[in-house]
Structure formats: C-alpha cells, structure tokens
Design a protein around this ligand. Structure first.
Ligand code: CTP
Ligand code: MN
Ligand code: MN
Ligand code: MN
Length: 372
C-alpha cells in the first residue's frame, strides 16, 4: 500500500527485449553484486544460475528508482529467491556475504585473470585451473601449448586490460575506414557493439562492413587487413571465412569475421607552451607510441545488413533475450542473417532494425535502450 511498493509492483514485461534498458540506472551497487554471482556461476559451468542472476540484474537496470528497503524487493518480478536474498542482504548490511566470499575465492580470481586473456574461454581456463595454473606467470610453463591467439593475448595482456576509450575507438574507425576505402571508396562501415549503445568505453571496438553491390565485398576484408598489416597497424589477426552452408539456426552466425589486435598510434599531443624546451632524456628506452586494442571486423551482405547490425549491437543479454522471445513467443528463428518463421516456413527480409522489431511485434528500441 506504500508508494514504494506500488512502484515495485508496476508491470515489468518478462523478456528484456520488451523493455527499455538504459546504460545508466539507479541500482548500480546491487547490479554489480548480482553480476559477480552470475560470472562466478558461469565459471562453475552453471548456465542456469548464470541466467538467473543475469536476468535479475537486468530487471534492476530498468527500475526507475533506487531500491531502499528489503520490503520493496518482495514484489520484484523475474527475480528468483536467491537473487532476492542477495538484494535484501545488500540493502540491510551494505554487503552480501556470498558475494564477498566469491570475490575472495581462488577459483573466481584465477578464472577472472585467465578468461581475461584474448583467446581463452571458460573451458580452457577451468582446465588450466584444474592443472594447477593460477596466474599469468604459470602460463610460461605451458607456452608451447598455447594457440597463436592466446600467445598474442598474453603478450598484450596489460594493454588489452585497459578499457578502450571512445576517442581511441574513433581513431580505430579512421584506420579501418581508410584501409577499406582504399579498395572500395563507398564501402559502408558502422561501429557496433557497446559504443553504438552509448558506452564511453569498451573491451574492444566492433565494426560492421557492407556494400549494396555484393561483388564489392569479395575479398575486401582480407585485402584491407593485409594493407593495415603491411603498415604495421596489426599485431595479431585471424579471419574466419564466411560459412555458406550454415544451418539457419538461432545459434549459428556465419559472417566473415576478423578478430584482431591493432597497434593504435597514440593521439598527436596538443602543443604545450613549452613544446620547444629541451628535456633531458633520462630514460634511454624510447617511449612506446602505440597501444594494443582489440578490434572485431564483420562483413555482411547488404540483404542481411539490418539483421547483422541488430545482432552485433548487443548487449549479449539483450541478444539472447531477443532470440528467446522470437522462438518462444513468435515461433520464429532469429540470427544475424535473418528471421525465419518456423510455422509459415518463410523468411522476413528487412531493410532496417525498425522493420525487424515490427516483424517481431515488438516496440522499437534504440541502441541505447538495449543495455540489458
Ligand atoms: N557477437 C556475436 N558473435 C561473436 C561475438 C560477439 O554475435 N562471436 C555479438 C554479441 O552478441 C554482442 C556484440 O557482438 O551483441 C558485441 O560483442 P562484444 O564486443 O563482446 O560486447 P560489447 O557489447 O561490445 O561490450 P564491450 O564494450 O565489452 O566490447
Ligand atoms: Mn565490443
Ligand atoms: Mn567484440
Ligand atoms: Mn556472429
């Protein structure tokens, strides 16, 4: 009957793709705690617990007010009992014992470091953990067993741990556009991922590449990457070719993709008033004038562009919910290539993201409302 419990009982649509999730919200402390528990669950291979905590965190991101009393938590929708207990404990004691235990656990800490390496997933990290590996230095002993991707990830670990700023992302964009346009002047390049959702920093920079004439895209990614490589802009890359015979399932995306580490030159320093002053060079080693930055480049044929744009804009949880909604509510299979109606056995072409939301009977959400 109180005002706050009325706020909490407001209808929340059950799928994250049915609600607006802004980047900034009112319950950061609690969301961070639930996301730590979600990550820990995924490190333990528990997909169900990962989803439970992720969904609860995602619901809190949409709340238009800051939770203040344990009483308000009772009526929260789509929050499991475990998540509710965690939230109530934080509201009452400022901390949750389970979260503190997870943060201090050796498995969680090692898994966080190991999965932070480019090319290392949860399975690999957990196998290493069971083999006694705890830290980056332990990996020197099995250096011969690392993939090329993992070696590069280890080599540039410190740089890649630093968030990529929007300014850096825009300088990567100039590099990428320059390379692609030297082969196809009117190629279309769009920054996707977190930066398109309005984030000010990210773990990488994602781009989607297309052109109305599909012929123009043939071999373009390889040529542009080789060109950048020849200029010394690329520290590591591997290209996954387009898979033509992929099953149009909701889990398989087959666009030509380049996973790369760029050597991004530092921004030109602003001329300072004492720019002409001679500085004694005490440190003999020259300062490094570049930073390693993770970059994903994806090529989509024009006819699939809107689906690829929707699929590569994220967030990951938003994408997952969108595909779950499509399948469960609409009996349609959605991926980065298209939308297939399972009952009518037909595909729905789309020339914009708005059209795809309309095909699904969903209210259109702008990229900045997809931070689920
Ligand atoms: N994605 C994908 N296939 C992959 C990797 C990523 O379809 N093999 C999609 C993800 O679903 C996500 C988007 O690409 O929606 C961006 O992924 P990622 O760069 O990992 O995350 P961001 O949201 O950009 O966050 P960050 O700032 O940490 O990079
Ligand atoms: Mn990204
Ligand atoms: Mn990415
Ligand atoms: Mn993909």
């Amino acid at each position: 009957s109180s005002v706050s419990s009325d706020k909490a009982t407001q209808e929340t649509p059950s799928y994250a793709c049915q609600r607006r999730t802004p980047l900034h919200h009112h319950n950061k402390e609690i969301v961070d705690a639930l996301q730590i528990l979600a990550l820990s669950a995924s490190f333990q291979g528990s997909e169900a617990r990962y989803l439970g905590f992720t969904r609860a965190a995602s619901v809190l991101k949409c709340l238009p007010f800051t939770l203040q009393s344990a009483e308000e938590v009772k009526d929260l929708q789509f929050c499991g009992g475990h998540s509710k207990t965690v939230i109530q404990e934080i509201l009452e004691d400022r901390v949750c014992r389970e979260v503190e235990m997870v943060k201090n656990s050796e498995h969680y800490q090692s898994m966080k470091v190991l999965t932070g390496i480019f090319g290392v997933g949860i399975r690999t990290a957990d196998k290493w953990y069971r083999d006694g590996i705890r830290s980056l230095s332990d990996l020197n002993e099995i250096e011969g067993k690392l993939t090329g991707e993992q070696k590069a990830g280890l080599l540039h670990y410190t740089d890649l741990q630093q968030p990529v700023t929007r300014d850096e992302a825009e300088r990567v964009e100039q590099l990428v556009k320059g390379a692609l346009q030297s082969f196809v002047p009117d190629v279309q390049v769009t920054m996707t991922g977190g930066f398109r959702r309005g984030k000010q920093e990210g773990h990488d920079v994602d781009f989607l590449i297309t052109h109305p004439n599909e012929e123009a895209l043939n071999g373009l990614l390889r040529k542009a990457v080789a060109w950048l490589d020849s200029k010394g802009s690329i520290l590591y890359h591997h290209i996954k070719g387009r898979s033509h015979n992929f099953a149009r399932s909701s889990t398989m995306d087959g666009h030509e993709t380049c996973y790369a580490i760029f050597a991004l030159p530092n921004a030109c320093p602003e001329k300072s008033p004492d720019a002409g002053t001679i500085q004694p060079d005490l440190d003999k080693s020259p300062p490094r004038n570049w930073k390693a930055v993770r970059v994903d480049l994806v090529v989509a044929p024009y006819s699939e562009y809107s689906y690829a744009l929707l699929g590569w804009t994220g967030s990951k949880h938003f994408e997952r919910e969108l595909r779950r909604f499509s399948l469960q509510v609409k009996k349609m299979s959605l991926n980065s290539h298209g939308l297939f109606d399972i009952e009518k056995k037909c595909h729905y072409p789309a020339t914009s993201e708005e059209e795809i939301f309309a095909h699904l009977g969903l209210l259109y959400l702008t990229p900045s409302e997809r931070n689920a």
